[in-house]
Design a protein around this ligand. Structure first.
Ligand code: ZN
Ligand code: ZN
Length: 354
């Protein structure tokens, strides 16, 4: 690696290791933060609801439309489990199960290798065919658009575990997991989100295409296609294909959310014990290697998002394949000497190098 690149890497590393502690200044202003962003002119019913939210201790107002949508999606999971498994008359065909397993790999790869390692962290470069695969995989995941994902993730790293962190794990497991999507953003998150340099995303024609047709593309890749393919190619019932997609979609969402909750709260910290993110092999197993989170927050520019490609790092294994055929290149890795030095000086002593 060139010397100038190492200097840049270390500068990035230092800024990531010591996130700015914005929250301390604002802890005493909890109520005023709520009032500051409380929606105006909502009518008497919602005013009563808002008073209850304040009394219940919510730091920011609830976004009820999101809360209802997320709750209904979970109710649909229960219906799907009953329909596909408990009832016994509507088991999916094996082709549908294989299709959904492949689909979960593609969506997880789209999020991990695309939105996360490529576009948020620029940990490697990708040729257009790989970028197209990643955009399709990401769009199949049915999340917010790529611009929002990348912006929120960059803010998450820069201001980790502070009031400017979109899913600040100091606010508890539920908030870090899904609650942050059900409440208004803290003003610090909004302010810092506006400061993030997004010029690379603004100048990427493929992402601009994804953003321009986002709603149509998401509907097509996350709902229509996963139902039509099983129905057309192996004569699956439409209802069975739909409920199978619901289960895969929600499982994939919880897997991704677990990186922000479980992998920030449970596990050891061999690389830096002064930050919250942890090494969590269970999360890594389910989301193809995104749970080695103490390493990732310490060396966020490493394309592996972990020190090693094994075990449980399917995203890295797939990227290594694409590197072999030349579609992924300029993959950035942390030098072993730097990893060892950082682990020995900052880690929790659980670091072992074979
Ligand atoms: Zn994190
Ligand atoms: Zn990251």
């Amino acid at each position: 690696m060139a010397k100038s690149s190492e200097v840049e890497d270390n500068a990035t590393l230092n800024s990531e290791i010591i996130p700015k502690k914005i929250d301390k200044e604002n802890r005493s202003q909890t109520i005023s933060v709520y009032d500051q962003i409380r929606p105006k002119n909502e009518g008497s019913f919602m005013s009563t609801v808002r008073e209850w939210e304040k009394m219940a201790g919510f730091k920011t107002p609830i976004v009820w439309i999101n809360t209802i949508a997320i709750s209904l999606a979970h109710a649909l999971v229960l219906v799907s489990v009953y329909f596909l498994i408990i009832d016994g008359r509507y088991y999916p065909k094996w082709q549908t199960i294989v299709f959904q397993c492949l689909s979960i790999v593609l969506t997880t790869f789209g999020i991990g290798a695309g939105a996360h390692r490529l576009w948020s962290h620029r940990a490697y470069k990708a040729k257009l065919p790989l970028q197209i695969i990643l955009v399709i995989g990401y769009t199949m995941a049915g999340m917010n658009d790529l611009y929002q994902w990348v912006r929120d993730h960059r803010v998450h790293h820069k201001f980790s575990e502070s009031s400017a962190d979109p899913h600040d794990a100091n606010r508890g497991f539920f908030f870090a997991h899904v609650g942050w999507l059900m409440t208004k953003k803290h003003p610090d998150v909004i302010r810092e989100g506006k400061q993030v340099d997004m010029s690379d995303i603004d100048n990427n024609p493929l992402i601009q295409f994804h953003l321009k047709y986002f709603q149509v593309l998401r509907l097509f890749f996350c709902l229509i296609l996963p139902v039509v393919i099983p129905a057309v190619f192996w004569d699956e019932r439409v209802s069975v294909a739909f409920f199978a997609q619901v289960l895969k979609y929600m499982a994939m969402l919880h897997g991704t959310w677990s990186v922000n909750s479980f992998a920030h709260l449970y596990g050891n910290r061999p690389y830096n014990s002064k930050i919250m993110p942890r090494e969590n092999w269970v999360v890594s197993f389910f989301v193809l290697g995104e749970g080695w989170h103490n390493y990732h927050h310490t060396f966020p520019w490493d394309y592996k998002a972990a020190e090693l490609a094994f075990p449980f790092n399917g995203t890295t294994n797939l990227l290594d394949f694409f590197a072999k055929i030349g579609w992924a290149y300029e993959l950035r890795v942390a030098p072993p000497s730097l990893i060892e030095k950082v682990a020995k000086t900052k880690g929790d002593l659980s670091y072992h190098k074979e």
